[in-house]
Design a binder for this molecule. Structure first.
Ligand SMILES: Cc1ncc(COP(=O)(O)O)c(C=O)c1O
Length: 401
């Protein structure tokens, strides 16, 4: 059975050219980038080249890029870093955050942002979670109204991992700049898929993750605009100018650099091709599966993401049924204490729990082919129809109609 992978928002394969670029750094070029001998110097040079490659993808300067262990660490560093750095205790000793400190975020962020904000709430920070509309977009007026004199950070994701919906980041950047509030975006799902320009978007901080753009897992980066005060997350040596101590993951960094370079070369071409395939998939499903609909259909979206509601089915059951037929996709549901919780993103756009549970994400990638989409269009309607036959709720609603 030829397997089809439509779950690129979960993770991507590592591009062969990225593997090739990394390999020497596991063997002959194994030096520690902090060593002064030639082994170390070659590792250092490779790290700095990668920093330039990542900076180029984001239109940043290389000294503004700090390598991290991935999107989660980058998000945590940005959020804790701003909340804690801007607020030295009166004694001058860096302490816990000042009570009343305020952060603005949204209800549809990744857990890396949401749970960091919730942890800060326990330290006395006030957090506003902006709601989103049916398309998954925030209202700029609500953001303007939410800004207070105590607001230190606005953190709003660029593209949502479940819906693909793209927030009006440039407008948010303008609002943040006017209010003199630091602005962070989680660009884990946008970098490499759509243009990301930290200057045009007026960003102070931006997170990316290697494994969403054809580099390995466990490597990421945080853009920190020059002059931004940020408390460090980790304590240790002087690596990365003290921003992120710890011996650099040279091979991972080289991989991220190469992946960023490749993404920059092929972004426009990939986006055009992938969005055509995504549209074919969506249209095909809507034509063949009665009552199906696309979540966030009217929002600007990343080219690769389709989130589809199939009333009457359990998303988990459809994911398993499709996996048995060779197609990998996902739900946004999370398993907590044995129960399947509907996705917080889908409930935030107003879907009732049953509809949130009946929604599935297909996310295409650079190597997705037309014939895979054609095959998916055979598999999906058959699997949905099979599950609906077993679903008392779907039959009931079908009768009522
Ligand atoms: C939007 C978003 N932010 C952050 C992360 C976390 O990134 P990482 O897996 O590199 O920690 C993910 C991963 O799914 C994501 O989709």
């Amino acid at each position: 059975m030829k397997r089809i992978y439509l779950d690129h928002n979960a993770t991507t394969s590592v591009e062969p050219a990225v593997v090739d670029a990394m390999l020497p750094y596991f063997s002959t070029e194994f030096g520690n980038a902090s060593s002064i001998h030639s082994f170390g110097q070659r590792a250092r040079a490779a790290v700095e080249t990668a920093r330039e490659q990542v900076a180029a993808l984001l239109n940043a300067r290389s000294q503004e890029i700090v390598f991290t262990s991935g999107g989660t660490e980058s998000d945590n560093h940005a959020i804790f870093g701003v909340a804690q750095a801007l607020l030295p205790a009166p004694s001058g000793v860096e302490g816990p955050v000042r009570p009343g400190t305020h952060i603005i975020t949204t209800t549809i962020e990744h857990e890396a942002v949401l749970n960091a904000c919730q942890a800060l709430e326990k330290q006395g920070v006030a957090v506003t979670y902006l709601p989103v509309n049916r398309e998954g977009l925030i209202h700029l007026d609500e953001l303007r109204r939410a800004v207070r004199p105590e607001t230190v950070l606005i953190t709003v994701m660029h593209a949502n991992n479940e819906l693909g919906a793209i927030q009006p980041i440039a407008e948010i950047g303008r609002i943040a700049a006017e209010a003199r509030v630091r602005f962070h975006t989680d660009a884990v799902q946008s970098a490499g898929k759509i243009p990301v320009d930290v200057k045009a978007l007026e960003l102070d901080l931006l997170s990316i993750s290697g494994h969403k753009l054809y580099a390995p897992k466990g490597i990421g980066a945080l853009f920190i605009k020059s002059g931004t005060r940020l408390r460090q997350l980790l304590y240790g040596g002087h690596h990365q100018r003290g921003f992120r101590p710890g011996t650099e993951n040279v091979a991972g960094i080289v991989g991220l650099g190469k992946a960023a370079e490749l993404a920059g070369f092929s972004l426009e071409k990939d986006a055009a091709r992938i969005s055509r395939l995504r549209d074919t998939l969506e249209r095909g499903i809507l034509d063949r599966v009665p009552d199906s609909s696309v979540n966030s259909a009217n929002a600007p979206r990343t080219p690769n993401t389709a989130n589809i509601l199939f009333p009457g089915i359990e998303g988990e059951a459809l994911v398993i049924a499709l996996d048995l037929r060779g197609l990998a996709c996902s739900t946004g549901a999370a398993c907590s204490s044995g129960a399947v919780e509907p996705s917080h993103v889908l409930t935030a756009i107003g879907l009732p729990a049953a509809e949130a549970r009946a929604s599935i994400r297909f996310s295409l990638g650079r190597h997705t082919t037309e014939s895979e989409i054609a095959a998916a269009l055979e598999l999906i309607p058959a699997a949905v129809s099979h599950l609906r036959k077993l679903s008392p709720t779907y039959q009931k609603s079908a009768v009522i109609r």
